[in-house]
Design a protein around this ligand. Structure first.
Ligand code: CO
Length: 149
């Protein structure tokens, strides 16, 4: 495994659409391993492939329940709303509040190409929305809301 450099906001690669993975091979496994290492080293809870300069639909997430690798993730249903704080390894030193679905259904493939269907809620749902946005070239800072207190 190898730690990769995290691309920062302002870089064009963060604003482009990623493409689906079609080959579940050793190259993908190396990418996944490197992404996990990079995420953990940076104390992140999620990382999307464009954040290391790779325009592929691949994300890794660990919100405290273990590592989840998601290839070609697609949100198929979403409901409710939750406002919470987010940050991003590509936008260092900043945080902000974003409105996300409270609950969602997601389809993705694992590193071997097996299709998975899950339901996610709360912070896990938020992390999935944040990371899948990266695959569309969207950053959380595009969605910041003002919060009254
Ligand atoms: Co991010």
């Amino acid at each position: 495994m190898a730690k990769r450099e995290i691309v920062k906001v302002g870089s064009d690669v963060l604003r482009r659409q990623s493409r689906d993975v079609t080959e579940f091979n050793e190259k993908l496994h190396v990418l996944l391993d490197d992404m996990a290492e990079t995420m953990y080293h940076a104390d992140g809870v999620g990382l999307a492939a464009p954040q290391i300069g790779i325009l592929r639909n691949v994300v890794v997430i660990d919100v405290g329940d273990g590592l989840v690798e998601m290839i070609n993730p697609k949100i198929t249903e979403q409901s409710g709303s939750q406002i919470g704080q987010e940050g991003c390894l590509s936008v260092p030193g900043r945080h902000g509040y974003v409105d996300r679905p409270a609950k969602l259904k997601l389809e993705y493939q694992d590193r071997f190409g097996n299709t998975k269907k899950i339901t996610a809620k709360d912070f896990f749902a938020r992390a999935i929305c944040h990371e899948t946005d990266h695959l569309k070239g969207v950053l959380y800072i595009d969605k910041l809301i003002e919060v009254e207190d």
